[in-house]
Design a protein around this ligand. Structure first.
Ligand code: ACM
Length: 511
């Protein structure tokens, strides 16, 4: 394997060799290839350089690529899914193994586009072959604690898909709000979507909004995973339909924590404006609860082309253990009945009878404590696999450092290096093959605006993208190499309008 550390690429490719010099990009440059991805490339080049390159939809006899042109094509004989090659010489050619691979090759090409000292633009010459380490490279956006509209979600998709992340998990319900319209239970959005944590404004997605997000994500090769959090984190359900939930459980730690933060306690039937957890539960022994779950899952499944529905399962402290187990079995079976693969937070691994093939999402520490690792490992005994979201390295809502204005602290301070320096395999006692990949969740208790979201997500999402995409053994998979390459993304992020946190440990470049 050949590798040149000097190429400013994140995540680092499987192999990359820098060539001599640069290939100029000018108003005479043309891009050849299928219209959608060619236009996406031309638009990004223009946002960056103000140069509008022409798109020549298909190669014709007269339209053969000239020196300086960009060529995009797919070669179905290439082996690795989502893989690509990129060769920049007198022309620049991206060859994708599939549509996603072509899209990722274009992202790499855009990272090689640089401005010269004299203000001209060029693509660094290079020879690259690349494919992902993990098929699952995810990110989660919590739209329940604070709501983010369709335009924000699209901007989020643009930013993270450019880092080659391919799964978008939307946390659509929690104690603070219900964010997707369900025809068969219309009061959910009518009564339980108007507020966010802290009394900030709320909102919800109509079904057309959600379809628009799914289609936009697909155009950037991201699969949407909808989550309805059950059986806890369900106070908002009770605001709409009081007979579906139990009375709030006010334990000592909730009372103490609410007092410390100056937040209200949950009151049955009223929108909850604090961010305490573990006080709510749906009624486990009432058949109406399962009618509700079945209707919601069916309507979500109809809207969701991706294979998964996330059913929650975390921090159900207000649900007795035997009831939790019963609910876990029934809820995962309902997802299977709807034709989807259930995903659940790792606590559901403690229930004996979850549906075969249920995927677990581990959110404990990289040094597991208590029952967390055991609960997570049990998904594999039921034919399932695991997504790794260790909260002390992969939680995008943790503060970077003590003086960070945004974020929580219960799992860790997570600076860029902490988000970078970890390994998804070997944390749990499961075979490496049981690890599907990683997901970086952004919980939104303290993220009140989309600018706040971007400050928390960027640059850490880039570190997590490299953990998920790049080979573990690459010589460039080191903190010293990464921080230089990451710094080189600054002009690209600025051109895209991404409000990233200028972490002091990164040498951010101007050009
Ligand atoms: C979680 O952080 N409660 C999954």
């Amino acid at each position: 394997m050949v590798f040149t550390h000097s190429l400013p690429l994140v995540p680092v490719p499987v192999s990359a060799t820098a060539g001599e010099g640069r290939m100029p990009v000018t108003a005479a440059t043309r891009v050849h290839g299928a219209a959608a991805v060619a236009t996406l490339l031309a638009d990004a080049v223009e946002r960056r350089s103000s140069i509008r390159i022409a798109t020549a939809a298909q190669r014709t006899a007269e339209g053969e690529p000239a020196s300086g042109d960009l060529v995009l094509r797919i070669d179905p004989d290439m082996a690795a899914a989502e893989g690509y090659t990129l060769t920049v010489g007198d022309t620049a050619e991206v060859v994708g193994a599939d549509e996603a691979g072509l899209f990722y090759g274009v992202q790499t090409l855009l990272q090689l586009l640089r401005e010269d000292e004299d203000g001209t633009w060029a693509i660094l010459r290079a020879d690259i072959a690349d494919a992902p380490r993990f098929a699952r490279r995810g990110v989660m956006l919590d739209v329940a604690r604070h709501f983010f509209g369709v335009a924000d979600v699209k901007a989020f998709i643009d930013g993270v898909s450019a880092l080659k992340l391919n799964h978008l998990h939307l946390h659509l319900s929690d104690d603070q709000g219900w964010r997707i319209h369900i025809d068969s239970w219309p009061l959910l959005t009518e009564r339980s979507s108007g507020t966010s944590a802290g009394g900030d404004p709320g909102g919800f997605y109509t079904k057309d909004d959600y379809r628009e997000i799914v289609a936009y994500a697909a155009s950037r090769h991201m699969i949407v995973i909808p989550e309805i959090d059950l059986p806890g984190h369900t106070h908002a359900i009770g605001v709409a339909y009081p007979d579906l939930v139990e009375a709030p459980v006010l334990n000592d730690s909730l009372i103490a924590e609410s007092e410390r933060l100056g937040q209200p306690l949950p009151v049955a039937g009223e929108n909850y404006l604090g961010w305490g957890v573990g006080h709510s539960s749906v009624r486990i022994h009432d058949e109406r609860t399962y009618r509700f779950v079945r209707d919601v899952v069916r309507e979500l499944a109809e809207l969701t082309p991706g294979p998964y529905i996330h059913i929650g399962g975390d921090e159900s402290l207000g649900t007795p253990k035997a009831d939790f187990d019963l609910f876990a079995a029934r809820a995962t079976a309902i997802v299977v009945e709807a034709g989807k693969v259930p995903i659940a937070w790792h606590e559901m691994g403690s229930a004996e009878d979850i549906a075969e093939g249920t995927v677990g999402q581990y959110w404990g520490s990289t040094t597991p404590a208590g029952a967390h690792a055991e609960e997570a490992a049990r998904f594999t005994a039921r034919g399932g696999a695991l997504i790794m979201s260790p909260s002390n390295v992969a939680y995008l809502d943790m503060k970077y450092a003590e003086d960070s204005p945004l974020g929580l602290t219960w799992a860790a301070f997570i600076d860029v290096r902490a988000a970078y320096d970890w390994e998804p395999t070997g944390i749990l006692e499961v075979p490496d093959a049981a690890i599907l990949g990683i997901e970086a969740p952004l919980w939104s208790e303290t993220a009140r605006t989309f600018d706040d979201v971007e400050q928390l997500v960027f640059p850490r999402a880039a570190a997590l993208a490299e953990v998920a995409w790049s080979p573990q053994q690459s010589p460039a998979r080191t903190w010293e190499s990464f921080r230089e390459r990451l710094g080189a993304l600054a002009p690209l992020w600025k051109a895209e309008g991404i409000s990233f946190h200028p972490a002091p440990e990164i040498p951010w470049s101007d050009r």
